[in-house]
Design a protein around this ligand. Structure first.
Ligand code: SAJ
Length: 424
């Protein structure tokens, strides 16, 4: 069957916009990828990408060669416009919507009767109604009748974006029935998951709630890990055994919550509902307190060691097996160690450059007093503990993810400490 070739303009070529652009293009549609960042555009023109995501590079390269994916600094006249620009958190914990505003303004001159405009960026509730629509009205088109508008949040997990983009269910919040139907048709180009239609503000809230649900659950278990340290229980054993209950599914504790989603989105709910969103705010604060908690544990572990102490940190990304350090709690932990004059070395095979970065663990551990497993990268699974131990000043490990095998490291002469279990 011959497809009706559409022209789709995607504003913002980051972790969400670029994979979506590649996906529409690989399904035979013409995609104009727009970004204000010269580096992104220059790379895309050469068929290259500046973010690390499995399979993305090949797909983008292919579509640039096929001519279906074109980089541009400005939008063009098209059938559909998708806005996927960042919505960072400002210093006062409010959503910075300036990029969404700019992106929306940038498409106004190119809008034509029958066009679709979709916002994908994570945004506070009411954004489509109060920010997007007033700008789109400047096109002179009748909103909902001549211009179809709505919110369709992305829900993909970094590390498996291309798979989830196709297979995840989607929520579509058009401003009216016709808009939702049009947006659904657009995403049906590549989405195999179900598409659920709802009103715009509910769709906006869903996106925030999904990440807040996870953040609150992680805060619960991080708090539990603190409690277990003081009661003598082992939090990992508690989780494992409680999860045998048919209606319990506890998350994993760790050195904190990072990334551009869980650590940020709950604040968008707090921003709009400061008096009501109490658990949500406390959860954020609890997760943000974890680097300090880990730092205190390190101080306690090393309290009897005299002179300058050296700590080797394994992993600085916000989670395992990706290169993303945005909002990483490990960076906060490193800042605390710096403030207290620790010597630091860092190993992260996924991150190209970082102060104190050393290529391999044995080398980094040279003269160290403590090895901190901060991120459970698969590369840290089978370390040569024998060699590492030989290089260290004091053979101590702090495992913040319950990742190493206690028996193995103890056999190599390490003293093993675990987050969520009292220091012995
Ligand atoms: N984490 C824990 N304990 C856990 C699970 C995660 O401490 O049990 C930490 C991780 O170490 C990491 C942070 O939470 O620092 C976030 O990691 P994540 O894997 O939970 O999520 P993200 O931020 O990579 O992606 C999330 C996903 N949302 C949900 O699973 C509800 C993804 O589907 C969203 O599309 C994405 O946010 C987004 O863009 O909003």
């Amino acid at each position: 069957m011959e497809i009706h070739k559409q022209k789709i303009c995607i504003i913002g070529l980051g972790y969400i916009g670029l994979p979506a652009a590649a996906m529409f293009a690989s399904n035979g549609h013409k995609v104009i990828g727009v970004d204000i960042n010269n580096e992104v555009i220059d790379a895309l023109e050469k068929g290259e990408v500046i973010i690390e995501e499995p399979y993305l590079k090949n797909m983008v390269e292919q579509e640039v060669i096929s001519g279906n994916l074109i980089a541009s600094k400005k939008p063009q006249v098209a059938d559909a416009f998708i806005i996927a620009v960042p919505t960072p958190l400002s210093k006062d914990k409010k959503a910075d919507m300036s990029l969404v505003k700019k992106a929306t303004e940038s498409i106004v001159p190119y809008l034509r009767k029958g066009n679709i405009v979709v916002l994908e960026s994570t945004s506070p509730t009411g954004t489509v109604k109060n920010l997007i629509i007033p700008i789109l009205k400047k096109s002179g088109l009748k909103i909902g009748e001549e211009l179809y508008v709505g919110y369709c949040p992305e829900r993909v997990l970094p590390g498996q974006i291309l798979f989830e983009l196709v297979n995840n269910n989607r929520i579509i919040g058009g401003i009216n029935k016709k808009s939702s139907e049009k947006i659904k048709e657009l995403y049906q180009i590549f989405v195999k998951g179900e598409m659920y239609i709802t009103d715009t503000i509910t769709a906006e809230m869903c996106k925030l709630v999904e990440n807040t649900y996870r953040d609150v659950n992680i805060a619960f278990v991080n708090e539990l890990s603190k409690i277990c340290e003081y009661t003598g229980a082992d939090v990992w054993e508690v989780i494992k055994l409680c999860n045998k209950h048919p209606r319990i599914n506890i998350h994993q504790p760790g050195p904190g919550v990072g990334g551009h989603c869980l650590a940020i989105d709950p604040w968008f709910i707090v921003e709009k509902n400061p008096d009501l969103a109490r658990i949500i705010k406390l959860a954020r604060e609890t997760n943000d307190s974890m680097p300090q908690f880990i730092f205190n544990k390190i101080e306690n572990i090393l309290k009897n060691i005299k002179g300058t102490k050296k700590v080797t940190i394994l992993g600085i990304t916000y989670k395992a097996n990706i290169d993303d350090t945005r909002e990483s709690p490990i960076i906060n932990l490193i800042q605390l160690l710096e403030k207290h004059n620790y010597k630091i070395s860092v190993v992260d095979p996924y991150v190209k450059e970082f102060r104190y970065k050393v290529e391999n663990v044995a080398e980094a551990a040279n003269n160290s007093d403590l090895l901190v497993l901060a991120v459970n990268h698969k590369d840290f699974k089978d370390l040569d503990f024998d060699l590492i131990a030989k290089n260290m000043q004091n053979k101590i490990i702090l495992d913040t993810r319950n990742y190493f095998d206690k028996n193995i490291v103890e056999k190599e002469g390490f003293k093993y400490y675990l987050l969520g279990k009292a220091n012995e």
